[in-house]
Write a protein that binds this ligand. Structure first.
Ligand SMILES: [Zn+2]
Ligand SMILES: [Zn+2]
Length: 233
């Protein structure tokens, strides 16, 4: 009896938006614990963007100095937003506070972002083993799968990540070599998957996505288009 009383009391406490604290409409179990307003506050990077990595440029023509140095293996990268403000809050809720349902905030925006890209497969960037263990779910895979359904493009979670040393202090070349050694393609790419959309959460130096793109190209992909939820400016 006590258990059912507690359960009843629990249902009486209104659920609040984890971002802005607003009380959510009751019965909205299918919705993320984020109000529609906070969910919509994903502002795209503005101004002139680097044609390769999508970072806003301080000068009028690209590519940016990072792309000139890096020579990425993907064709181009586009992000929903810079990694700051509400988007950063949403990503932190999902990644570090294990709010699974926040993935729903990103499905439609990513689906819209890839709408103009001619591709025949969607591949998620694999999580690190420790990240996956800590969260208990793979938010990138979850978003990529839902987007593949929306866009009617085949979903190919083919990449795996082995152990890679901690990267925070390494420069781009060392990160790329590290990631290149850690990324595996666990099956041959089907002949129908030559143009691939690669999905990740946060684009920092681009080393992870570049290593994934290189691995996919070694297995038969001709073009790889990278998209992420947010990017470091
Ligand atoms: Zn809110
Ligand atoms: Zn760039």
């Amino acid at each position: 009896m006590w258990r059912s009383l507690f359960a009843f009391a629990g249902r009486m406490v209104p659920e609040r938006c984890v971002i802005c604290g607003k009380v959510l409409a009751p019965g909205g179990c299918a919705d993320p614990p984020v109000c529609a307003g906070s969910c919509r506050q994903i502002t795209p990077p503005d101004g002139v963007l680097c044609p390769v990595c999508g970072v806003p440029l301080s000068h009028a023509v690209g590519p940016c100095s990072r792309c000139t140095r890096s020579g990425y293996a993907f064709e181009f990268h586009r992000s929903l937003s810079l990694y700051r403000g509400r988007v950063r809050d949403l990503i932190i809720e999902m990644k570090f506070h294990r709010r699974r349902r926040v993935v729903l905030c990103f499905v439609e925006p990513i689906s819209n972002l890839v709408a103009g890209i001619e591709a025949d497969a969607i591949v998620p960037v694999p999580p690190s083993r420790s990240g996956r263990r800590r969260r208990g779910f793979d938010h990138v895979k979850n978003i990529a799968r839902r987007v593949s359904r929306e866009r009617n493009i085949q979903f190919l979670p083919l990449l795996r990540r082995g152990r890679a040393p901690v990267q925070k202090t390494l420069n781009f070349t060392a990160r790329l070599a590290n990631m290149g050694a850690a990324i595996r393609v666990c099956a041959v790419l089907p002949g129908s998957a030559r143009r691939v959309i690669l999905v990740d959460d946060v684009f920092t130096t681009g080393a992870t996505m570049s290593a994934c793109a290189a691995a996919l190209k070694q297995r038969g992909a001709l073009e790889v288009f990278a998209v992420s939820l947010a990017m470091e400016p």
